[in-house]
Design a protein around this ligand. Structure first.
Ligand code: DC
Length: 228
């Protein structure tokens, strides 16, 4: 039977991962954070000290970059050549590296099959930038989650502080603005809502309000009757 696929796209810090994880839990689907895949390739590039200006050098690391996604205690963990890098991929330098490597066509092609494979085999909510437009154009439900840059920077800043990672709000905000620009202006798979996506702005919302809003949208669209 064809699996239910839900695509949630949007800019950094719109609350995609927290909202998607909670909605997936309530609906009994698995949740896939595709940004973590790009972050893992970003960490690989940083470790190999490649010239980040060069697409060819970034593409050159792919044959020796083994990216695995595993669920441990229900949580998505990322492995780079067998090593668990789930914490390292959250560092600010990994965010910038992820954004950079994600603009390289060979990197997108490298991660494409992995994402498609998971979606074919599981009812899932997958979040990213190009899920509704490129990875799962036939997803039954497509949502574009957004929020103002200031609101997103504040959330990201609080997240980093909670994890004990030192951060500066102004730096987080300028990184977000730069990443938005880069992610939406790249030639390949730029960040933009799919034509048939429903846009939800989470600015000023409490987390639970946004989760409710997303679940309602999913139910209306997919006519799901999961016990939420
Ligand atoms: O969602 P995130 O912040 O963890 O994503 C990290 C980077 O990866 C982001 O700058 C853009 C890129 N990305 C992408 O290009 N396509 C995706 N499907 C997911 C993330």
């Amino acid at each position: 039977m064809k699996k239910i696929n839900i695509a949630i796209d949007g800019p950094a810090g719109a609350g995609k991962s927290t909202i998607s994880r909670k909605a997936a839990e309530r609906l009994g689907y698995i949740y896939i954070d595709t940004g973590a895949l790009y972050r893992t390739v970003g960490v690989s590039a940083l470790r190999r000290k490649v010239n980040m200006e060069s697409d060819d050098e970034i593409a050159g690391i792919l044959p020796d970059t083994n990216v695995e996604l595993k669920f441990i205690d229900g949580e998505q963990r990322m492995f780079l050549n067998g090593e668990d890098v789930s914490e390292e991929i959250r560092l600010p330098e990994a965010s910038m590296a992820a954004s950079r490597v994600s603009a390289v066509p060979a990197v997108r092609a490298f991660l494409f099959d992995l994402q498609r494979d998971i979606a074919e085999k599981n009812n899932c909510i997958m979040d990213g930038r190009d899920i509704g437009t490129v990875v799962l154009p036939n997803a039954q439900v497509k949502i574009f989650l957004t929020a103002s840059p200031e609101c997103r920077a504040e959330r990201r800043y609080n997240e980093l502080c909670e994890k004990g990672i030192q951060a500066d709000y102004d730096q987080v905000l300028s990184d977000i603005i730069k990443r938005d620009y880069d992610d939406s202006h790249r030639k390949i798979a730029p960040l933009k809502p799919a034509d048939d996506a429903m846009t939800i702005d989470t600015s000023g919302n409490e987390l639970e309000q946004s989760v409710e809003c997303v679940i309602k949208a999913i139910r209306e669209k997919a006519e799901l009757y999961a016990d939420a």
